[in-house]
Design a protein around this ligand. Structure first.
Ligand SMILES: Cc1ncc(COP(=O)(O)O)c(C=O)c1O
Length: 456
């Protein structure tokens, strides 16, 4: 019996920044071609591969990935394995715990409470003093639960996000994730505001403008009967294009949200666990005290562990009315991994490293901005950078084709980055926190060569 491959619509372009298009595969080696065809057949078309020539990885260590032929790739993209691939301390913690016990939160386990206490202790304000922690397996589940709790607490349904936000893949959070594209249905009580585009709006006006925009959307939600349950934002606005400065944007927003009776949710899935260098949490750069913080990705350095920290009265009402159980969320191994990650960030001085090596990369990228006219803007904090490519500096028109060509030129040099923003014209560089000055120099040389190659 012949096996069918799920068909793709004509003109399909991968519909994601830097997505591989299986219809443009003729240039691949026969082994990769066969893999792509098999993958299409077995997994169907919803999955996306990266790069014009996808990379087949067999193993990884530290900041390097290795393909089946043993070629080394510099990983300047993965924030999940934020301590570096296969970090020995996390590997040991996971293995030892798996050997000893792996069970769920319905049994008394001291390490679960030790970790909750340590995690809560990393926050300022009310969360740090009295916060509660809840555990999930993914960032999507954390945001889903945060949304449920916010709606339960406020009795309202409305949610405000930034215009190109991504908050995850469950039904409820996909419905508040406009970056999934026009065909992904949004919640009728979702409203969007522009991200704080520091390249196009004067820094001094951004916070005020965003707060005014939020006020308008709150009024609209009230007019339509939904009211405001929550404003939720990624503290560095990654999928909008990465806006790390100015940092006086979220405090005025939190103020108007609270005035309207809504909750301020900080999504730290991208910006948490030291990514921005100076602060463990991205919202702390903005000096806001969120009502709920959600987190995930780097929390287990590859092991699926995520969760939220929230004001106690929010969970006491919710918890008194219904139970919360997540079979794998907060399991013994997840907690061992998360504890090892938190300890390693501190003990290896990884935030300090992110500040030091991040500064070197930011300076280097700014030198490249001076060299190439089509580099309109360079932004970043800690070890997270955006390089915005434009057709010309006056119009600031996004140049997606050049950005994707640069990402693929880097991939050909075996340096892995990706692209972001509504127009996929912004190079997104996000190396593990263990990047050294030598890795940074290699990355900068590679970016220079890639920009030279697309400088036509
Ligand atoms: C800001 C943000 N929130 C939530 C999520 C969802 O996390 P997960 O893929 O673990 O469900 C992501 C994932 O990319 C994210 O970037």
């Amino acid at each position: 019996m012949s096996k069918q491959t799920a068909p793709l619509p004509k003109g399909f372009r991968g519909d994601m920044a830097n997505g591989f298009n299986p219809q443009d595969a003729a240039h691949l080696e026969s082994e990769d071609l066969a893999h792509v065809a098999r993958r299409q057949r077995l997994l169907g078309p919803a999955y996306r591969l990266f790069y014009k020539s996808p990379v087949q990885i067999s193993r990884a260590k530290g900041v390097f990935l290795y393909d089946r032929d043993g070629n080394e790739y510099l990983d300047a993209y993965n924030n999940v394995v934020s301590l570096g691939h296969s970090h020995p301390r996390v590997v040991a913690a996971i293995s030892k715990q798996m050997e000893t016990l792996c069970t769920h939160t319905r049994y008394m386990q001291e390490p679960l409470l030790d970790f909750a206490e340590a995690l809560i202790g990393t926050f300022g304000g009310e969360l740090g003093r009295n916060g509660c922690a809840m555990f999930t397996c993914t960032g999507s589940e954390a945001n889903d639960l945060a949304l449920r709790i916010a709606r339960f607490h406020t009795g309202k349904t409305g949610v405000i996000v930034t215009s190109e936000a991504y908050h995850g893949n469950s039904g409820a959070v996909a419905a508040i994730s406009p970056s999934l594209g026009k065909k992904s249905a949004l919640d009728p009580y979702l409203r969007t505001v522009a991200a704080p585009d520091s390249y196009r709006v004067p820094a001094a006006e951004i916070g005020r403008r965003m707060a005014e925009d939020v006020v308008r959307q709150i009024a609209d939600l009230q007019r339509h009967g939904g009211g405001l349950a929550a404003f939720i934002a990624d503290s560095v606005f990654s999928s909008d294009g990465l806006y790390t400065e100015p940092t006086d944007v979220l405090a005025p927003v939190a103020e108007v949200v609270r005035k309207a009776g809504g909750l301020f949710i900080a999504d730290e899935v991208q910006s948490g666990f030291g990514r921005t260098g100076t602060h463990l949490w991205g919202h702390a750069r903005h000096r806001v005290d969120p009502d709920i913080v959600t987190m995930g990705k780097p929390m287990g350095n590859g092991y699926p562990v995520a969760g939220l920290v929230l004001r106690p009265e929010l969970v006491s009402e919710f918890g008194a009315s219904m139970r919360y159980f997540n079979t794998f969320g907060g399991n013994s191994v997840a907690i061992a991994a998360a504890q090892a990650v938190l300890d390693t960030i501190r003990e290896e001085g990884l935030m300090q490293n992110a500040v030091k090596v991040g500064g070197q990369i930011l300076d280097g990228l700014r030198d490249l901005q001076a060299k190439y006219e089509f580099v309109g803007d360079v932004r970043g904090a800690g070890l997270y950078f955006a390089v915005e490519l434009v057709k010309d500096r006056e119009s600031k028109t996004p140049d997606m084709d050049r950005a994707l060509a640069a990402v693929n030129a880097l991939r050909e040099q075996r340096i892995l980055i990706s692209a972001t923003g509504a127009d996929a014209h912004i190079l997104k560089i996000r190396p593990p926190l263990v990047f050294t000055p030598d890795h940074a120099a290699r990355l900068l040389e590679g970016v220079d060569a890639a920009l030279r190659a697309v400088h036509v």
